[in-house]
Design a protein around this ligand. Structure first.
Ligand SMILES: *[C@@H]1O[C@H](CO)[C@@H](O)[C@H](O)[C@H]1NC(C)=O
Ligand SMILES: *[C@@H]1O[C@H](CO)[C@@H](O)[C@H](O)[C@H]1NC(C)=O
Ligand SMILES: *[C@@H]1O[C@H](CO)[C@@H](O)[C@H](O)[C@H]1NC(C)=O
Ligand SMILES: *[C@@H]1O[C@H](CO)[C@@H](O)[C@H](O)[C@H]1NC(C)=O
Ligand SMILES: *[C@@H]1O[C@H](CO)[C@@H](O)[C@H](O)[C@H]1NC(C)=O
Ligand SMILES: *[C@@H]1O[C@H](CO)[C@@H](O)[C@H](O)[C@H]1NC(C)=O
Ligand SMILES: *[C@@H]1O[C@H](CO)[C@@H](O)[C@H](O)[C@H]1NC(C)=O
Ligand SMILES: *[C@@H]1O[C@H](CO)[C@@H](O)[C@H](O)[C@H]1NC(C)=O
Ligand SMILES: *[C@@H]1O[C@H](CO)[C@@H](O)[C@H](O)[C@H]1NC(C)=O
Ligand SMILES: *[C@@H]1O[C@H](CO)[C@@H](O)[C@H](O)[C@H]1NC(C)=O
Ligand SMILES: *[C@@H]1O[C@H](CO)[C@@H](O)[C@H](O)[C@H]1NC(C)=O
Ligand SMILES: *[C@@H]1O[C@H](CO)[C@@H](O)[C@H](O)[C@H]1NC(C)=O
Length: 636
């Protein structure tokens, strides 16, 4: 069932032979998409990049000279690794990881401790000391990093080769190139980034996350959670980074980068599901950022995980920063989210759960309007992971995205699937894969599944790591060996203004994200039929608590017709956990025949949006042309 499906699909796609028009025997129905010619699979050579040696002993002094004779530090078995992008020379990639086991000061090795920014050589060469990697931030004097925070998420080098954004900081080596011998820890400053959220400019900045530097290197996109109402929400923003050497207000009151001219990437006039009188309006082309993910290579568009436009199907989209024109990049029934677009905009690397089959019990019936999604998407989107086990693998897609039988090319398809191989399904990718500046390589990282996402009650046994020192993270380089290097093409700075967004006013409260629909509405299918939808608000009238839809011969494409009903009631348990009571009995007939059916007593789901442990009573099953897709077992 679920896990045998996982293995079966690895075999199918490992051979790079997608069956015409189907995925996992599920027809990829995209009738409205223009089928332009699609690229043939290309040669990809995947290798593992070197990392510091591993000590199993996290105690002080656990990194002995037997393990690292050069005295340049050790990492642990779970090193909290994340790859960043390449330095502009194309010969180094940035990464963050956690050093451990350093001896105490005054031993000069004492600086190799905690979460740090490193650069790694990608051509097999070494730094003058013989290491293939260099820790940039180990040993930075305390006075050079006042107000800075943990160096963990999304390292991104600037085009000057001297600065890297890491977490919510900018690491700056002054006049020295980061990879050069001139760049020593005493020259490095780590400046915090502050987003002012007070009308009088005082106090700490707002919490920002998922930072992505625009390719003009002047602007920044980011997300911020909202905690108003019963459940957590998120908005996305775009602003200009300005170095402020001596701020006069707000904390930290130290040299820092300020975010100015910030725009909320949200337009209340754009709704995927909205209403006009008693008519429900479904606009699949609406600009609805679910979570900002980055920018295209030339910087004219943002990329984002969109509010679903097919029920339970999570895709990435792009929207023009100036015009707001939306492009749907993926449509496959997997969950796709991290994305990096090539410097020339012609290609992208995405991370998707597609080949795990994990989302198909929810998403394999195609063309269902995303009506119940108004209250289910926070939970259904969370099914993508099992705790720390991501089901992501990297795929190469051309500019126009998946269409027809083209679902892109699995980047790490080489190998025999054995433990530690390039395509070992127990090694799963994390955000963000990154293109080299010349467009001929992609760097990504993977983590090996660990308890409790395997072992114990979980039907997946915990594998033993075959990586050096038994570490459970690895840094991978994929070379697209048939490609010619792209010429360097600087990106001219884009406007501060995003005409379709809302200028952010510090101190203002976030708008309500979704239309508060209440009562009965009719949605007319574009080709035939209707959906009758009934919405109920919660007792405080601040959110939709239940949605019930009845479909009658509903069709937007004339290829399949939808009949039956679906209703869901959402009860928030806390800010990040919603209890769903879900009843489905949907039938789609036409080019393919499918059903989506809950058990008679309903499907009841609780999944925490931050921890992603699947926990359900009852079942929800989707059947497409005789192939049945079941939910994962609880905790798996
Ligand atoms: C880094 O490793 C230490 C053990 O040496 C651990 O206590 C700490 O939580 C780790 N930090 C991160 C961010 O993983
Ligand atoms: C600034 O505004 C905040 C929030 O309204 C308030 O708590 C604080 O006292 C104000 N500070 C000054 C100096 O006006
Ligand atoms: C951008 O921000 C700066 C500094 O806060 C301000 O002086 C300027 O007026 C802003 N520009 C626009 C277009 O809002
Ligand atoms: C939304 O539409 C109204 C009416 O057309 C318009 O005044 C407003 O500026 C629009 N809002 C945004 C953010 O585009
Ligand atoms: C992992 O290694 C341990 C100790 O060598 C062994 O007992 C166990 O069977 C191994 N697990 C797997 C899945 O190979
Ligand atoms: C809304 O539709 C349901 C059936 O779907 C019906 O039971 C209910 O009476 C309707 N409510 C109103 C106010 O028309
Ligand atoms: C329905 O038709 C309208 C007008 O052609 C189009 O804009 C919209 O995208 C269509 N909706 C769907 C779901 O196909
Ligand atoms: C259902 O819709 C199809 C087009 O999608 C149409 O050909 C057919 O006549 C409709 N059936 C009924 C009973 O309305
Ligand atoms: C949903 O459908 C089930 C099964 O028909 C029914 O028992 C339940 O009352 C419905 N719930 C809502 C909120 O419509
Ligand atoms: C919500 O509840 C779950 C389950 O009890 C718990 O794991 C999680 O920490 C809670 N989250 C918050 C934000 O309270
Ligand atoms: C779907 O069902 C119809 C009959 O309702 C049948 O004619 C058709 O062949 C079926 N399609 C597939 C792909 O099984
Ligand atoms: C499943 O049922 C058990 C026993 O009634 C209950 O404790 C648990 O909360 C339920 N879980 C969900 C997700 O509904």
């Amino acid at each position: 069932m679920y896990f045998s499906l996982l293995l079966a699909t690895v075999v199918l796609l490992g051979a790079n032979i997608p069956v015409e028009g189907t995925y996992n025997n599920v027809p990829i129905l995209e009738s409205k998409r223009h089928i332009s010619s699609t690229p043939k699979p290309e040669p990809i050579d995947v290798t593992e990049l070197p990392l510091p040696p591993v000590t199993a002993n996290d105690e002080e002094g656990g990194c002995t000279s037997d393990i690292n004779s050069r005295g340049t530090g050790c990492i642990g078995i779970s090193p909290n690794l994340q790859n960043g992008n390449f330095l502009p020379d194309g010969n180094h990639v940035t990464a963050t990881l956690n050093f451990t086991g350093a001896p105490a000061a005054p031993d000069e090795r004492s600086i190799y401790v905690g979460q740090q920014l490193i650069v790694v050589k990608v051509d097999g060469s070494t730094f003058p000391n013989g290491d293939a990697w260099k820790c940039l931030t180990c040993g930075v004097p305390a006075q050079n990093m006042v107000g800075s925070t943990i160096l963990d998420a999304y390292p991104q080098a600037f085009h000057d080769g001297k600065r890297v954004l890491v977490g919510t900081n900018i690491v700056d080596c002054g006049l020295a190139l980061l990879a050069s011998a001139d760049c020593t820890p005493d020259k490095i400053h780590i400046y915090p980034i502050r987003w002012n959220v007070q009308s009088n400019g005082t106090g700490p900045g707002g919490n920002i996350r998922e930072l992505r530097v625009h390719p003009d290197n002047v602007h920044l996109g980011f997300n911020a959670f909202t905690l108003s109402g019963a459940s957590m929400g998120e908005f996305s923003y775009f602003g200009r980074l300005v170095f402020n050497p001596s701020p006069t207000a707000g904390t930290p009151l130290t040299a820092r980068y300020d975010l100015v001219n910030v725009t909320m990437l949200f337009n209340p006039n754009q709704t995927v599901i909205g209403a006009d009188g008693d008519q429900l309006i479904f606009n699949p082309n609406a600009l609805r950022v679910g979570e900002f993910r980055g920018f295209t290579g030339r910087g004219n568009e943002i990329t984002y995980l969109g509010q679903p436009v097919e029920s339970c199907n999570f895709d990435v989209f792009a929207a023009d920063l100036t015009t707001g024109k939306v492009r749907r990049i993926t449509s496959d029934p997997g969950y796709t989210d991290p994305i990096d677009v090539s410097p020339d905009d012609k290609w992208q690397v995405i991370l998707t759960t597609l080949q795990s089959g994990r989302m198909l019990f929810l998403s394999a019936m195609r063309g269902v309007p995303p009506i119940t999604d108004l209250i289910t998407s926070a939970s259904t989107g969370s099914v993508r992971n099992n705790g720390q086990r991501r089901f992501f693998q990297p795929w190469l897609l051309d500019h126009d995205g998946d269409r027809g039988s083209y679902i892109g090319q699995l980047i790490n398809s080489a190998g025999d699937g054995s433990p530690g191989s390039i395509n070992d399904p127990n090694w799963n990718a994390g955000a963000d894969p990154r293109w080299s500046p010349d467009g001929t390589s992609i760097v990504y990282f993977q983590n090996l599944v660990k308890a409790p996402a395997c072992g114990g009650q979980n039907p997946l046994p915990c594998p033993n790591s075959t990586a050096p020192g038994g570490r459970t993270s690895r840094l991978m380089l994929a070379r697209l060996t048939s490609r010619q290097p792209l010429p360097a093409q600087p990106v001219t700075p884009v406007s501060d203004e995003v005409p379709w967004g809302i200028p952010y006013v510090p101190g203002s409260s976030p708008p309500s994200a979704l239309p508060l629909l209440e009562g009965n509405y009719t949605l007319k299918g574009n080709v035939s039929g209707t959906a009758h939808a009934s919405f109920t608000l919660d007792s405080t009238k601040s959110s939709i608590s239940s949605v019930a839809v009845i479909y009658s011969n509903y069709s937007d494409d004339g290829i399949n017709r939808l009949n039956g009903f679906e209703n869901v009631t959402a009860t928030p348990v806390n800010l990040t956990l919603i209890h769903l009571d879900w009843f489905s009995d949907l039938t789609s007939t036409g080019k393919s025949n499918s059903t989506k059916v809950s058990s008679p007593d309903g499907f009841h789901l609780e999944i925490d949006q931050l921890y992603n442990f699947f926990n359900a009573n009852g079942t929800l099953e989707t059947m497409v042309d005789g192939v049945i897709f079941k939910q994962p077992p609880n905790g798996a």
